[in-house]
Design a protein around this ligand. Structure first.
Ligand SMILES: [Zn+2]
Ligand SMILES: [Zn+2]
Length: 921
């Protein structure tokens, strides 16, 4: 088999294999499906190509290859119950696929799958099975075409090509429409992988046990199913394939659990370390580890695609899996928030292929931790309350918990149904889901919220739409919430609406996560890359004495006309109608404004240095940094980066004026404003110009920068303070990414760098200016010292070896030199074998064992005359390496091997004599 391929390499060999055969590499679609409102999550590779098969979408390619992110945790495909309990199920997983849209068909598809599996990945041909379609109802023709192609593959026996009926081998997108036979590839993993061994069961392809595993499904779309069940051939035939990525990795890495592959190992290791378990203990009670790893990975990917923990739809799923992971963590003694530490290795392992993980790293880590903290406040009282109810059930001899009670647990303690059900099932009880759903609906109606909770997608808008309607009808809100982030750092008014857990309430409690709606606000809503403001809302109770405070962490527009502040009640009890004032965190906003204006300055500088093609492709304006993606085919040189820095800093020093103005779209575009295609709509647009007001007026040709922009800016460029580029790299093909800091961030960076330099200088006992020279000199010294050390080691080894050389052991007629010398390289060992041959040109066997860093290297040399007499060095190395848990071999006169299992090293050294003796019969 292909040795030692990492999961990332396996994915890449799949993509490369098909790319080399003319396939366009297509990125994974988001977990949140674009057009398909009926689907909660993307759950297969087909989702993003569905319209191509139906014929309503045309792509610029006819062959595609991809690895699609999938989530199966709700709806028809719901694997949640199995996740954690076995080694193969996941909430999130990847699906590898190659696709032909009216291009190649069965012949190429089958030959390529066979080549990839057996030649590139080296799976044993005699363990692979192919299945083809034969209609159990006798109506649709048997797929002899596929079967014949399978039988023609090198090394495939006709007996391993099997036929199955509609359930296994016929694919339909829906009741009617495109469909066709499919052909699966299965592998026999051997008797030891049979979890039902010894029990009566169906053992074989499509059987009951875990010995036979389906690896890959090739779907051949060739018919259109009409109403009434008649089939007509499609004008063009297509190929759609799917291979579960985690599964193929487990097979190629020869492990008996997806969770033991290198895709999961780093996560499991973090959890193991935190829990203080040994690896044996982990495997003995693997379920909590599997659940935590699976759910954290899924949460990281969800948040990267914009799904955050919440009360409805996708957001509810994100909340539920984080809470469920936290609940399983408490079973292995982990009660403090830690999941972000498990998410870190997900981001680093998957970040190269899925850059959105790296891009949203901070919000992934923050959202996970915030959700754990929220849950930890109520989980204990929630589970204690649930336990009381379960005890009552048992006392009364009942089995099923009323779903209304389960709903109360969610509404009061934030315990999702899935967790309540886990806990009940652990005690051989269950929850009535039907009455849970009913209670949820009733609650939503009673609170006037429509379907605010649990119903998937769209309901949030509906819920807030209703709030908006009742506020305007009652006259509390005249028109939309007033919004002026440009002029208001604070705004006051009476609390119009309070929402807690998806329900409108009259009063919120200390610790609640609330959404507050006020008649006006100056909090900026995230847009155009600029992040939202944070801050506080202070209010006064109607008694005129008691006050309250909400820390605002986010701001959004849930329905048109409404703006909602999201935050936590940190003191008092906010109530409807209370007088309140909403104040943004002005320092944080000032940092954001510096970064936004600097972004415009840099955009203009990039055009000067690289050319007008360097247009914006994406942007993030945060308080601590700015990030800017732009079109440019190659990495920037150090000189170009420095030039951009210099131009921006010169513009800062020149103290240009920053002007905001609204004008008609045509006027702005005609005057050459830089605009992002599709970014803003409407006829009136806001523009930001940066001009040198001392010399020229704000006229089209004299502007330093001119952009369409809805963001907030400082008044003069000198306020940016300083601008430093911290990194330049690739964001996507043909798109570069710059990160930079300004103002306070730039000062902090300089202070930190300067301190590091000073510390380095004092460590090197030199001045700061001389650090580069000194470092170069030290590196040269170090290289020389290393070389000397290696020479000394080799001399020492030669000396020790010469002692062994002059005291060989005589085994019958053969002279055996057998030594155990630590720390030798393969080169040194080869040199020593020459010393041996000089001293004992005939009748000699030499073995040297050398351990370095816990790894054994073994060298065996045999003189030519003994080689002829049947003493093969490679044979001895093979035996010993196998004994020590590794491999090795080589020529009959000189061979090398290795070893990891060093406990048997003593036995192995003695075995050399035994082997020589055995040759003498
Ligand atoms: Zn079996
Ligand atoms: Zn802007």
């Amino acid at each position: 088999m292909a040795k030692n391929l990492s999961g990332n390499q396996i994915r890449q060999t799949f993509i490369d294999f098909f790319a080399e055969r003319g396939h366009t590499v297509v990125p994974s679609a988001s977990l949140v499906p674009g057009g398909d409102a009926t689907l909660l999550f993307t759950n297969s590779g087909m989702v993003q190509f569905k319209d191509v098969f139906i014929g309503t979408d045309i792509r610029p390619y006819t062959r595609a290859v991809d690895s699609q992110k999938c989530m199966r945790v709700a709806g028809k495909h719901n694997d949640l119950d199995d996740v954690g309990r076995d080694d193969t199920h996941h909430t999130f997983f990847e699906m590898l696929g190659n696709w032909s849209f009216g291009d190649y068909y069965k012949k190429d598809a089958i030959a390529w799958s066979w080549q990839l599996l057996t030649e590139v990945w080296g799976l044993p041909k005699d363990k692979l099975y192919a299945t083809c379609f034969k209609d159990d109802k006798g109506n649709i023709p048997t797929d002899e075409e596929a079967a014949d192609i399978w039988k023609a593959q090198p090394g495939m026996d006709a007996e391993r090509v099997l036929y199955y009926g509609r359930k296994e081998n016929f694919w339909q997108m829906a009741e009617f429409g495109p469909c066709g036979p499919c052909s699966e590839i299965h592998i026999d993993l051997g008797e030891e992988r049979d979890n039902l061994h010894g029990t009566p069961h169906k053992c074989g392809v499509n059987g009951d046990c875990t010995r036979y595993l389906e690896l890959w499904n090739n779907v051949f779309i060739q018919y259109n199913m009409l109403e009434g069940g008649a089939l007509e051939p499609l004008p063009a035939t297509h190929v759609d394939t799917g291979m579960g990525f985690e599964r193929i990795v487990s097979v190629l890495q020869s492990v008996d659990s997806n969770y033991k592959t290198d895709l999961f190992a780093p996560m499991i290791e973090v959890i193991r370390g935190l829990s203080g378990h040994t690896t044996e203990q982990v495997y003995a009670d693997f379920t909590p580890f599997r659940v935590i790893a699976d759910h954290t990975r899924a949460a990281a990917f969800l948040i990267a695609d914009g799904v955050v923990p919440g009360n409805t739809g996708r957001n509810y799923i994100c909340r539920m899996i984080i809470r469920r992971a936290a609940r399983f963590a408490s079973k292995i003694g982990l009660n403090k928030p830690f999941l972000a530490q498990v998410a870190e290795p997900v981001i680093s392992a998957y970040g190269d292929f899925y850059p959105e993980l790296v891009q949203h790293k901070q919000s992934i880590l923050d959202s996970i931790t915030r959700e754990e903290v929220r849950f930890s406040r109520t989980v204990e009282s929630g589970t204690a309350y649930l336990q009381g109810m379960l005890d009552d059930l048992k006392k009364n001899g009942q089995q099923v918990l009323d779903g209304r009670k389960a709903f109360d647990l969610y509404a009061t303690y934030g315990l999702p149904l899935e967790i309540t059900r886990d806990i009940a099932r652990e005690q051989q009880l269950d929850v009535d889901e039907k009455s849970f759903v009913e209670a949820r609906e009733q609650h939503a109606i009673a609170s006037g919220a429509g379907k605010a909770m649990g119903s998937h997608g769209g309901s949030d808008t509906e819920f807030f739409g209703n709030i908006y309607k009742s506020l305007t009808e009652s006259g509390k809100l005249k028109g939309a919430v007033e919004y002026d982030p440009y002029n208001w750092h604070s705004a006051n008014g009476q609390v119009l609406s309070l929402v807690v857990n998806g329900t409108e309430v009259k009063e919120a409690q200390f610790g609640d996560q609330v959404e507050i709606i006020l008649p006006r606000t100056g909090f900026y809503i995230e847009s155009g890359g600029q992040v939202a403001d944070m801050g506080i809302i202070r209010g006064l109770g109607k008694d005129g004495k008691t006050s309250w405070e909400v820390e605002v962490s986010a701001i959004r527009r849930p329905a048109s006309g409404l703006i909602s502040h999201i935050g936590e009640v940190v003191s008092g009890k906010p109530a409807l109608g209370d007088d309140a004032i909403a104040m943004i965190d002005a320092d944080r906003r000032h940092d954001i404004m510096r970064n936004h204006t600097a972004t415009h300055l840099m955009h203009a500088a990039l055009h000067k240095v690289l050319g007008p093609h360097a247009r914006q492709a994406g942007s993030l304006v945060a308080p601590d940094r700015l990030r800017f993606d732009f079109n440019h085919p190659e990495s920037m040189t150090q000189q170009q980066i420095e030039a951009v820095e210099e131009i921006v800093n010169a513009a800062i020093a020149a103290d240009y004026q920053v002007n905001a103005k609204t004008r008609s779209r045509e006027e702005a575009i005609a005057e050459g404003a830089m605009a992002l295609f599709g970014e803003t709509s409407g006829d009136v647009v806001r523009t930001i110009t940066i001009v040198d007001d001392d010399e020229t007026p704000d006229t089209p040709h004299e502007r330093y920068s001119f952009e369409l922009c809805g963001g907030t800016h400082i008044k003069r460029t000198s306020d940016v303070g300083a601008f430093i580029i911290t990194s330049e790299g690739s964001a996507a093909a043909g798109v570069r990414r710059i990160e930079a800091v300004t103002g306070r961030g730039a000062h902090e960076l300089m202070a930190r760098r300067f301190k590091a330099l000073k510390t380095t200088a004092s460590l090197l006992k030199t001045s700061t200016d001389d650090v580069p020279n000194k470092a170069t000199a030290l590196q040269e010294e170090l290289a020389a010292a290393r070389k000397q050390l290696a020479e000394a080691k080799a001399q020492l080894a030669a000396a020790e070896f010469s002692a062994a050389l002059s005291a060989p052991r005589q085994v019958g007629s053969v002279t055996v030199v057998n030594a155990n010398l630590p720390g030798l390289s393969k080169d040194t060992l080869t040199q020593l074998s020459d010393l041996f041959r000089n001293k004992h040109p005939q009748n000699g066997v030499c073995a040297i064992f050398s351990v370095a860093d816990g790894q054994l290297t073994l060298m065996v040399a045999v003189t030519q005359d003994l080689v002829k007499a049947g003493y093969k060095a490679g044979e001895l190395v093979g035996y010993i390496s196998k004994m020590l848990g590794a491999g090795g071999g080589g020529a009959p006169h000189l061979a090398f091997g290795g070893g990891k299992d060093l406990a048997s090293l003593g036995t192995a050294v003695e075995y050399v004599y035994e082997w020589v003796r055995s040759k003498q019969g």
